[in-house]
Ligand binder design. Structure first.
Ligand SMILES: [Zn+2]
Ligand SMILES: [Zn+2]
Length: 128
């Protein structure tokens, strides 16, 4: 039983890595092709567990479904209002911002969510 759970976890983790900021449903759909025995409930539970123990990050962008990111390094996201695509942004200009907030507020800052949104290049082409 324990071994099966460990195996399922690594299968789900691989699927997460192979997708681009997927929702739990997207991971589940992807796994249906290769591992149809893994249930939707298992996928949701395992992804939630990853977020809890720091193996993945939960993204809540614009009130849409929760997306998961296997990249736990500090980075930011920009998402497309048209198609929902999410892209990573690594901006050194924002690193150290926690220190400044600490100085301004006295809070010890543990993290932050920065959300950018707009229209992705593919959708921009379609519109124009
Ligand atoms: Zn788009
Ligand atoms: Zn990301």
């Amino acid at each position: 039983m324990q071994e099966r759970q460990t195996r399922q976890k690594s299968i789900i983790y691989d699927a997460l890595k192979g997708l681009d900021h997927p929702t739990a449903t997207e991971v589940y759909v992807r796994l249906q092709e290769t591992h149809p025995t893994i249930s939707r409930a298992t996928v949701f539970r395992v992804l939630g567990g990853f977020a809890q123990n720091g193996r993945a990050v939960e993204l809540r962008l614009a009130g849409k479904d929760v997306r998961y990111d296997y990249n736990v390094e500090q980075h930011y996201h920009v998402h497309c209002k048209e198609c929902g695509r999410v892209a990573d942004i690594f901006l050194p200009v924002l690193s150290g911002i926690g220190e400044e907030i600490k100085m301004a507020s006295g809070f010890s800052v543990e993290g932050c969510t920065v959300e950018f949104f707009g229209v992705c290049p593919t959708c921009k082409e379609k519109i124009s």
